[in-house]
Design a protein around this ligand. Structure first.
Ligand code: ADE
Ligand code: ZN
Length: 336
């Protein structure tokens, strides 16, 4: 349709994509076989890529998805595996008209399996360079901490010499906070975010996905975040919404993810119209495209079908996305 072409052509920025969430069932089975990784024998979902994909369609809540997400990434072993994964994502991003991508990764989930940070970073960095060269897609890496793990473990990862080096040399632009949201409120991670700020790192955190709006307040007050990932529960608190408008904090909204994880019943229930009317800045993102049945353009199309945004409104969403990005100003100027 003409609209699909219009949405495809918009200079889109993606701010909420977990690279491990771009692992398709096909690639999962290929890498499991190549790396001799045994998949769970007692779960019929792992009988075939088709069965696994069908299981993904029946997620009941965040932790149900995360169970499969952490098993899935256990097939990633070598730098080449991480490169393949990220390159597959960047090719989808190019087809969908992404100009700039700020991508999450979960180093703790790999390091605790004996895969080194250097291995992960090497694969992702190679794919990023190729995406810049061959696809014209610029990107930044955001290192996420797993909130279901003990805070001292997260601090130890933060202090790991290889991790520190990536923060200082600019290969990682910022930090995030993901995994099971409840009962792990943002304030638990104040120390890490304070140290990250001192290093000049950018800061975001998942908040208000399954958890309440008070988690958004805590992320702003105690973590000093510059963005909020998901943040759909913001619509429950009018005063907080006004605060977010004033501060210009951008939300990275993931509509198909919210439906698949049953945070909302339909895309129409995502507070897109409320955010537009109130002046809350947000971008539209895929979260874990291989698990939630769609890449970024599918999310744009779903939002359009549910809310029928005007051309001017779409241009505004994309402008907010560019301005809310953590790339250099000269890159922003090129996209604007
Ligand atoms: N890790 C990957 N996707 C996530 C999500 N939507 N929420 C929390 N943690 C995640
Ligand atoms: Zn996420």
């Amino acid at each position: 349709s003409p609209l699909h072409a219009f949405l495809q052509a918009l200079p889109k920025c993606e701010h909420h994509i977990h690279l491990e969430g771009a692992l398709t069932p096909a690639m999962l089975f290929t890498l499991a076989s190549r790396n001799n990784v045994t998949l769970p024998q007692d779960d019929a979902a792992f009988a075939s890529p088709e069965a696994l994909l069908a299981r993904y369609g029946r997620f009941t809540f965040l932790d149900d998805f995360l169970h499969y997400y952490y098993i899935g990434m256990s097939v990633l072993i070598s730098p080449n595996d991480f490169e393949l994964l990220a390159w597959d994502y960047f090719q989808h991003a190019a087809a969908d008209g992404v100009a700039h991508a700020e991508v999450f990764f979960d180093p703790q989930a790999h390091m605790e399996r004996g895969v080194s940070y250097a291995t992960v970073l090497k694969g992702f960095s190679t794919a990023r360079e190729r995406a810049q060269k061959e696809l014209g897609i610029s990107s930044e890496l955001i290192c996420c901490f797993l909130r279901h793990l003990p805070v001292p473990d997260c601090l130890a990862t933060f202090e790991d010499p290889d991790v520190q080096e990536s923060f200082v040399d600019g290969s990682v632009r910022g930090i995030g906070l993901d995994s099971s949201e409840k009962p792990f409120p943002p304030e638990l991670f104040e120390e890490i975010y304070w140290r990250a700020g001192k290093l000049g790192l950018r800061r975001t955190a998942h908040a208000g996905e399954e958890g309440p709006a008070t988690y958004i307040t805590s992320a702003l007050d105690t973590l000093n975040v510059e963005r909020i990932d998901h943040g759909i529960r913001l619509a429950d608190d009018k005063e907080l919404m006004q605060r977010v408008v004033k501060s210009g904090t951008m939300l990275s909204v993931c509509p198909l993810s919210n439906v698949l994880l049953r945070c909302v019943k339909t895309v129409a229930e995502v507070p897109v119209r409320k955010f537009l009317d109130a002046g809350v800045k947000f971008s539209i993102n895929s979260d874990d495209p291989a698990y939630f049945g769609g890449y970024i353009l599918d999310n744009y199309c779903a939002v359009h079908e549910a809310f029928d945004l005007s051309v001017k409104e779409w241009a505004g969403v994309c402008r907010a996305g560019i301005e809310g990005s953590w790339c250099r100003q000269d890159r922003k100027d090129k996209m604007l």
